[in-house]
Design a protein. Structure first.
Ligand code: AN7
Length: 360
């Protein structure tokens, strides 16, 4: 960092981003998230494999959305916008609300009523956004904000705003910088499909500038009840416990397919049960608490291991790497954690009782 203090992804990757000296930088020092070696998962894949977890839950508002939001809000401010709006399954609204607060501009968010995790709702509210819960799902909310921004001078900050994708691509730069090259495989959840689009764009840009050699095989996972890309048709009533990816008609559908096909990868689905198993395993074996949508990455990894997908890579005795993206923090959805594990029973505050319960 040339002795400079870290000041977020715009400062760090300025030359890859559509900013100038005139662009005000609205930042919360997002990015620079750890890529954590996952010993237990590596062992499950095989002896030649290194699995890493890109822990995006450690961004300032607890999800990867901050990377795109710093740029979207900075560009909105450069254009003298006074208000931004988004539809959200939760994390985008939390991030938009926080960055709009720093920028001192108005933030409006439309969320599917009763279907976003508590942590995310609390964030949007506490940062002072105007939060509107609609009787409809994310796809309906996105339709509404598109219409609103066509009619009123409010800037859309969903990932159809190209600055969001531009900012989010910096995560792949960080992975390449850390590993010295792109990984062989990247596994990630797919909802509105902006993030898979962003990562793929980032990997291609880094390679074209000779900052990395390889391109990863992109492996995306949707939730079984919300898998429009896998099923090749929009889902009218998407359902999954991974509320972040409860999306039936992704905005970046075609660029997700490009990422899949250009990289020789796949977009597949995992069930809610598989997501919850992976969610628990990740917390218990790797010490990382990620939200259910993020655990879809791990559920996808487990599914591919079971299918023997990595067998041929294990056979040729060369080391290979897999990066799983953990898009959001587990604390976003504390209710899910408590539902997944039975809550503790209340006991008498008595030494004997407690020691007996511990098993000594
Ligand atoms: C934790 O916040 O769409 O495929 O409105 O919060 O780029 O949509 C969130 C998506 C994965 C899927 N993991 O990313 C929103 C929203 C988490 C997320 C995704 C989301 P995209």
């Amino acid at each position: 960092m040339n002795g400079q203090k870290y000041k977020g992804i715009i400062q760090k990757y300025r030359r890859f981003l559509p900013v100038s000296e005139k662009t005000p930088v609205i930042t919360l020092n997002e990015g620079n998230t750890p890529l954590i070696y996952a010993g237990y998962l590596s062992g499950l894949v095989g002896k030649n494999c290194e699995v890493y977890l890109k822990y995006e839950g450690l961004n300032p508002t607890g999800s990867f959305k901050d990377r795109g939001m710093t740029l979207a809000i900075s560009k909105a401010c450069e254009a003298k916008a006074t208000a931004v709006i988004c539809a959200s399954t939760g994390n985008t609204s939390a991030s938009a609300a926080a960055y709009a607060a720093v920028a001192g501009i108005k933030c409006i968010v439309l969320i599917p009523g009763g279907a976003i995790a508590l942590g995310k709702l609390s964030q949007a509210l506490i940062h002072g956004a105007k939060v509107l819960a609609i009787k409809g799902n994310f796809d309906a909310a996105l339709g509404l904000v598109k219409e609103i921004t066509q009619a009123f001078p409010i800037t859309l900050v969903n990932s159809i705003n190209p600055y969001r994708i531009q900012g989010q691509k910096t995560a792949s730069f960080e992975i390449c910088d850390y590993l010295g090259d792109a990984p062989d495989f990247q596994i990630m959840p797919v909802g509105n499909a902006g993030n898979i689009t962003a990562y793929w764009k980032g990997y291609k840009e880094y390679q074209s500038q000779a900052l990395s050699k390889k391109l990863p095989v992109m492996l995306g996972f949707q939730a079984q009840g919300a898998a429009p890309i896998v099923r090749n048709k929009p889902i009218l009533n998407p359902e999954t416990i991974a509320t972040a990816i409860r999306i039936g008609n992704p905005a970046s559908w075609s660029s997700a397919i490009d990422a899949r096909d250009e990289s020789g990868g796949l977009i597949d689905l995992v069930s809610d049960t598989q997501i919850l198993t992976a969610y628990k395993m990740l917390a218990e074996k790797e010490g990382i608490f990620a939200e259910p949508a993020s655990a879809a990455s791990i559920a996808g990894l487990l599914k591919l291991i079971k299918k023997g997908y990595f067998k041929k890579y294990n056979l040729n005795n060369k080391k290979f790497s897999i990066v799983c993206i953990l898009t959001g923090h587990g604390l976003k959805d504390p209710e899910r954690a408590i539902k997944t594990i039975s809550p503790p029973k209340l006991m008498r505050a008595d030494l004997k009782t407690i020691i007996k319960e511990i098993g000594y």
